[in-house]
Design a protein around this ligand. Structure first.
Ligand SMILES: Cc1cc2nc3c(=O)[nH]c(=O)nc-3n(C[C@H](O)[C@H](O)[C@H](O)COP(=O)(O)OP(=O)(O)OC[C@H]3O[C@@H](n4cnc5c(N)ncnc54)[C@H](O)[C@@H]3O)c2cc1C
Length: 393
């Protein structure tokens, strides 16, 4: 079945949608994802199946050939992908097409929208999000990658780091400065967003060897006199930080959904193992010392899921959701961290063996605690924006 359009979907439509996701996932088992993890190859077969099922167009409006659903449905899809052998490798193939194009959808020019959005549902627009810099880190206002106006063009110079999927991407959404930090009154002003082709002359990249989620590359990307037409700016000049926010909150909600899914998958694996593994003449799952931590983390994951759904419904309803998106990201990734550890311990020494998927999930999990925002910074956001304490960052 292929996902078809439905705004404000009812429960039956959601069930249909998630049934489609399950059909896709059923064709990609542990051996497929273990091989992707081992080889570092991009999961192209999975991407093709996701495209054929219509998943890439989930959030693209119907007028551009998409399904026109909201963040809620996108998050549920990602939750279910993570809650399968695919884990975060599978999510990273699909999620960029969901939150990455949101700033274009909401702030792009008519030409940008009509050129690029129709390419997404068919999988013709692999894209990347280019924000983080080596010397700025979490303090995005300190980025120094600079776009200098030159006639009808901008010329870009700078260095970015940790850019996911840059090797595969056709286009990238780049945040850079168009006014230096020292020349703005408000430090979040003076940044602009560009949507640019990743094969533009002057762009070079280097893959960063890393711990897990090997199916999707992470890269250092250098811009050396990269010329881009001013027509590729997304939103008004100097307002890039605010334009980007329309991608950031959905991203946090979707990452929360992925964390919930990965945590649930870890619990499921542990429960299956605990029922089968016999020690001291009985299944280890008979012992409360094994049962109770699993029940504990399961309930934490389900609580985080409610927070995630609350944030998603606020966003879809056009209401502010910064606090809820940050709290959902924090609680979901912390619950996932506990769940992965409990599952690992339930597996005893075998948790350390590549034969069991928990070893792969164990290496994927830390990623969503530090990216796209570290959990320290989500707490600092809550302290400032919810509790009204002085800004500490
Ligand atoms: C695999 C992977 C994929 C990624 N993909 C992308 C991508 O596609 N695009 C992109 O732009 N970026 C991407 N990132 C970057 C990611 O968003 C950053 O790594 C993350 O935001 C943290 O920045 P940093 O690593 O520079 O940490 P730093 O800013 O150096 O922080 C280091 C530590 O100090 C803490 N800290 C710093 N300041 C404070 C403070 N004021 N209060 C409390 N604690 C503080 C942080 O919480 C953290 O624990 C990716 C990262 C990884 C690992």
């Amino acid at each position: 079945m292929v996902v078809t359009s439905k705004n404000s979907p009812d429960l039956a439509t959601r069930e249909l949608l998630l049934g489609t996701v399950k059909e896709v996932l059923d064709d990609f088992g542990d051996s497929y994802w273990a091989e992707i993890d081992r080889s570092g190859a991009f999961p192209a077969e999975f991407e093709r199946a996701a495209v054929a099922a219509g998943l890439m167009g989930t959030m693209i409006p119907e007028e551009y050939g998409g399904v026109g659903l909201g963040v809620t449905e996108a998050a549920l899809i990602l939750r279910d992908i993570a809650n399968s052998p695919a884990g975060l490798d599978g999510c990273s193939v699909v999620h960029m097409g969901m939150f990455g194009l949101n700033p274009i959808r909401l702030h792009g020019s008519r030409e940008q929208r009509s050129t690029y959005l129709p390419m997404a549902p068919g999988g013709e627009l692999p894209n990347c999000f280019i924000v983080t810099e080596p010397d700025a880190g979490t303090d995005t206002t300190r980025i120094t990658t600079f776009a200098r106006r030159d006639g009808n063009d901008f010329v870009i110079n700078g260095r970015k780091v940790w850019i996911s999927r840059a090797q595969e991407a056709k286009m990238g959404l780049l945040l850079c400065r168009t006014t230096p930090y020292d020349d703005v009154v408000k430090k979040t002003d003076g940044m602009s967003l560009f949507f640019l082709p990743m094969d533009a002359p002057g762009i070079s990249m280097r893959r960063i060897p890393k711990m897990g989620r090997h199916g999707v590359d992470s890269n250092e990307v250098v811009f050396d006199d990269v010329r881009v037409s001013a027509s590729m700016m997304v939103g008004p000049e100097g307002s890039g930080f605010y334009t980007l926010l329309d991608g950031i909150n959905p991203e946090r909600i979707m990452i929360a959904a992925e964390a919930v899914g990965l945590g649930l998958q870890a619990v499921t694996r542990a429960v299956e193992y605990a029922k089968e593994r016999v020690v001291f003449g009985r299944a280890i799952g008979t012992n409360q010392g094994v049962q109770l931590p699993l029940a504990d983390v399961y309930s934490q994951l389900k609580a985080a899921e409610l927070l995630m759904l609350d944030a998603a419904s606020l966003y879809d309803g056009g209401r502010p959701c910064g606090a809820e998106a940050n709290m959902a990201k924090l609680r979901a990734t912390e619950a996932m961290h506990l769940a992965i550890n409990v599952s690992f311990e339930t597996h005893g020494g075998y948790g350390y063996a590549k034969e069991f998927a928990i070893e792969r999930y164990y290496r994927q999990a830390p990623l969503v605690r530090v990216a796209p925002v570290t959990n320290n910074l989500t707490k600092a956001y809550i302290a400032t924006h919810v509790l009204g304490l002085p800004k500490s960052y």
